[in-house]
Design a protein around this ligand. Structure first.
Ligand code: SF4
Length: 444
């Protein structure tokens, strides 16, 4: 009998993208074949996000899309909803959408093949959302999809920022034992991976929940792995950072020169209401420490505008911090009520049009700063990882420098190899460069 095929689409953060690799591998190792086209698949898996309401709206649209696709194709596809929205809505998804057969919450992502088999055998729809002891996947080297790989080091979050639904859906922090991470990375490197990104909602507290080694010690151990070239990580929480950690990290050769440090608001009053547990002063201390140990780090951030109770004065304080810190880039959002969260019960909600106007103003301020930060890169020579062909020209490749910025360069070097480049210009927000030398043999 022909293997059943599956198609997977992923929404949301890097953690979800990383989970989707494990879901695919568990499906393939259970005898299903992966399809690149939804219309060819017998099983469709949608790995969902619930961080903001508009993310869920998008998923609802996709579920509708698959209903009409099945009709058009004249075949029943088994639709599986996985991830954060599955954990949040649970059985309600089966009640609201008659074309969905399986709901697999965040603790059950590795069980999807088993749930599909059970559904095929019984025809009964399934909602698996019980919170149980979280299991990290056992896949290691197989997770290598290219020369760059995600490595999940800690799941969940125990911070309970008052606007955030993640702790309710992904549970408390649980660190993966460092021996597992080291062997995973070694296997990935054996498969040609040269750059890894360590993932967690808050990587800085790695090892605290299970008395394992600290995050900085983990970085130092990974730094010893031969063949591994670059180490990136996200996301860090400012409350769990201090100048001592930053000094040690700045000395680890393979750690890339980029910190993603969510600010969220520039008003101490709002930071308190958000339960972020740091002040703007503490945030400045971290940023200044980063720049003191290495002035060439890029710093990016997340900012929410329109948090309940945010006044014009609070918003101006956010703009003030943005102008003082000069982030290389920022992810900026309107506040969105999320179920179970403390903030959703707060009064003084900011009207939508005010939120929109503040977001537009913030984006405009940050856009100018990002442009100036990129312009200041012109003239610098950097080592760069060749990532993929540029969309505009076959002669040009998109390359990533150590601080995480992308540069378009004419080169014959292949993806996964390193070159030296000189940044020569900027077009819009895209950096342009020229190759200085080919530092590593072309990888075929
Ligand atoms: S640190 Fe806060 S915002 Fe980030 S995942 Fe945890 S609770 Fe959510």
């Amino acid at each position: 009998m022909a293997k059943k095929s599956f198609y997977i689409e992923t929404y949301g953060c890097e953690m979800n993208k990383s989970d989707s690799i494990d879901i695919s591998l568990s499906m393939e190792s259970s005898g299903y074949s992966k399809s690149d086209r939804p219309e060819d698949a017998d099983i469709v898996i949608i790995n969902t996000c619930a961080v903001r309401y508009n993310a869920e709206e998008r998923i609802q649209g996709r579920i509708g899309f698959y209903k009409s696709l099945s009709k058009k194709l004249g075949k029943d596809q088994t639709v599986v909803i996985a991830g954060c929205m599955a954990q949040e809505w649970g059985r309600k998804i089966l009640e609201d959408y008659d074309n969905v057969s399986i709901v697999a919450g965040t603790y059950h992502y590795l069980r999807i093949p088993e749930l599909v088999r059970e559904y095929d055998e019984t025809g009964r729809k399934i909602a698996a959302i019980e919170k149980q002891d979280y299991r990290f996947s056992n896949f290691k080297g197989e997770r290598a999809e290219s020369f760059s790989a995600w490595v999940n080091i800690i799941k969940g979050c125990s911070n309970y920022c008052s606007y955030c639904i993640v702790p309710f859906l992904r549970g408390l922090e649980k660190s993966k034992p460092h021996e597992e991470i080291i062997s995973e990375v070694k296997e990935l490197v054996d498969r040609g991976v040269v750059e890894i990104t360590l993932l967690g909602q808050n990587v800085n507290v790695y090892g605290k929940d299970n008395n394992d080694i600290t995050f900085v010690e983990l970085l130092e151990m990974l730094n010893e792995i031969e063949g591994l070239k670059w180490i990136r990580f996200l996301t860090s929480h400012p409350k769990d950072f201090n100048p001592g950690m930053i000094e040690r990290i700045s000395k680890i050769e393979k750690v890339c020169k980029h910190f993603h440090l969510p600010l969220q608001s520039g008003s101490d009053k709002i930071l308190k209401l958000m339960n972020r547990r740091y002040s703007v002063e503490k945030y400045y201390e971290i940023v200044d420490a980063i720049r003191m140990f290495n002035n060439d780090y890029s710093i990016t951030t997340d900012i929410i505008v329109g948090f309940p109770g945010e006044t014009e004065e609070d918003f101006l304080k956010t703009l003030e911090v943005v102008k003082r810190v000069e982030f290389d880039d920022a992810f900026m959002y309107r506040y969105s009520d999320r179920p179970y969260t403390k903030a959703s019960k707060l009064e003084n909600k900011v009207p939508f049009n005010v939120m929109r106007a503040r977001l537009e103003e913030l984006i405009e301020v940050q856009r100018k700063i990002t442009y100036e930060k990129n312009r200041s890169e012109i003239g610098k020579t950097e080592e760069a990882l060749v990532v993929r062909p540029s969309k505009k020209s076959e002669e040009e490749m998109l390359c990533r420098i150590k601080k995480g910025k992308m540069v378009v360069v004419p080169t014959k070097a292949r993806p996964g190899s390193f070159i030296k480049l000189k940044i020569t210009g900027i077009s819009g927000n895209t950096l342009k460069g020229e190759e200085v030398t080919v530092s590593e043999s072309l990888r075929i």
